[in-house]
Write a protein that binds this ligand. Structure first.
Ligand SMILES: Cc1ncc(COP(=O)(O)O)c(C=O)c1O
Length: 392
């Protein structure tokens, strides 16, 4: 695989474009869950205008009344082109893909293909809370294999957890989060190959949620799970929704490795009725023509990570923050502040800033908060000011 470094783009930083007054006009969950005196820095929505390529594609579709049902493999083709350019992956075969309504419903469908009711699903806690909620809703039993102290996959623990998950002869799956939410950890090729070897040894099927992949920082290698040795039997769900802020325009793509093609072929046809045609148009345009915008965003996120680290060191030095290599999320260890298991509650009540509580992320989440960095430097500065004020 030849990796092509991210281009330096002449695009303006989209994180600088919107004022707080404009953002407060939004009607999405980030902006409507709390009253107006609260600064929302929680759910994974970005404070950016859409990439021009996406606006253009949607505007054309609206002008044409092209708002019917989706057809064809355009989204998968756009994703395959992006994967080849960005990650040097020339093996994303469109015939081994399927459109799914969104990433979490895609994950649910992939888990249904490889496990049955009551079967175990292994996750690396702390992890994106809907991993627990969706798996439990579909009657799977979640088993945690916590990350290690460096917030990386602990292969010994994963080995032991796979053994436990398959002990009764159950069909088990591992729901990999790559890159990892909330820590932003980018798994290395070596780690992923070790995961594949363990999965193979224990007969565990791997489903990879790779929604954050395009949000890997320049100079850092994102390795698609299906490309590592042993990853051929994996299933992945990918989407443009996180990196281009398109969560409200529902669509995602499920991809099967060569040895999982027969599994994906069993996906019921009705699943393809879920994604929105406008979502597919928007996601495809982003992947095809939105990379300069993405590069500008990634540069802005790097700046924001550095800014946050500096501000915390100055105003809240008891918080431990390791700037991540991917995602726009900052995972803050607040245990030394002595605020108990749920510091987000204290920051909200006393500082009027909404962060994600670490508790729903599972084991390893207590005493932590997740902060959303996809905003302007001014609002990050204001956010840290509010967090510090909560402690006065
Ligand atoms: C790891 C992960 N998976 C899935 C999702 C949700 O994706 P979708 O809205 O496409 O279901 C998110 C959203 O933040 C996420 O972080």
């Amino acid at each position: 695989m030849t990796r092509i470094p991210h281009a330096t783009s002449g695009e303006p930083n989209p994180l600088h474009a919107l004022t707080l007054d404009r953002l407060r006009c939004r009607t999405s969950t980030k902006w409507r869950t709390h009253p107006d005196d609260v600064l929302p820095m929680w759910v994974a929505e970005m404070d950016v205008p859409l990439a021009e390529a996406v606006v253009h594609a949607l505007t054309e579709a609206l002008a044409l009344g092209d708002t019917g049902y989706p057809a064809g493999t355009g989204y998968a083709e756009a994703l395959a082109g992006f994967a080849e350019k960005r990650w040097g992956w020339d093996g994303l075969a469109v015939q081994r893909t399927a459109i799914v309504p969104d990433v979490m419903l895609g994950v649910v469908e992939m888990l249904k293909l490889v496990t049955g009711a009551g079967d175990p699903v292994v996750v690396n806690s702390p992890v994106y809370p809907p991993f627990y909620q969706f798996a439990e809703h579909m009657d799977r039993q979640v088993i945690e294999a916590p990350l290690d102290a460096d917030l990386r996959i602990d292969l010994d623990i994963l080995d032991a957890t796979f053994r436990q998950a398959t002990a009764g002869g159950s069909r088990a799956a591992f729901l990999l989060c790559s890159p990892h939410n909330p820590t932003g950890t980018v798994h290395t090729a070596g780690e992923l190959a070790a995961v594949a070897a363990l999965a193979d040894r224990h007969g565990v099927r791997v489903v990879a949620d790779e929604i954050h992949a395009p949000l890997t920082a320049a100079g850092v290698d994102f390795v698609p799970y299906l490309t590592v040795p042993g990853g051929e039997s994996g299933l992945s769900v990918m989407s443009a929704s996180k990196a281009w802020n398109l969560a409200g325009l529902k669509a995602a793509v499920a991809v099967a490795g060569p040895e999982a093609a027969a599994d994906l072929a069993r996906l019921p046809e009705v699943v393809s009725h879920g994604p929105s045609h406008l979502g597919i148009i928007a996601h495809s345009a982003a992947l095809r023509d939105g990379t300069a915008w993405l590069d500008a965003l990634l540069t802005g996120l790097d700046d924001n990570r550095r800014l946050l680290a500096d501000l915390l060191a100055e105003h809240l030095p008891a918080i431990t923050y390791r700037p991540a290599e991917a995602t726009y999320l900052a995972w803050l260890d607040c245990r030394a502040l002595g605020l108990g298991d749920d510091p987000a509650d204290v920051f909200l009540r006393r500082g009027r800033i909404a962060l994600n509580s670490g508790i729903p992320f599972g084991t390893g989440g207590a005493g932590h908060v997740r902060l959303n960095l996809a905003t302007s430097p001014e609002l990050i500065t204001e956010g840290v000011r509010r967090m510090a004020a909560a402690l006065d």
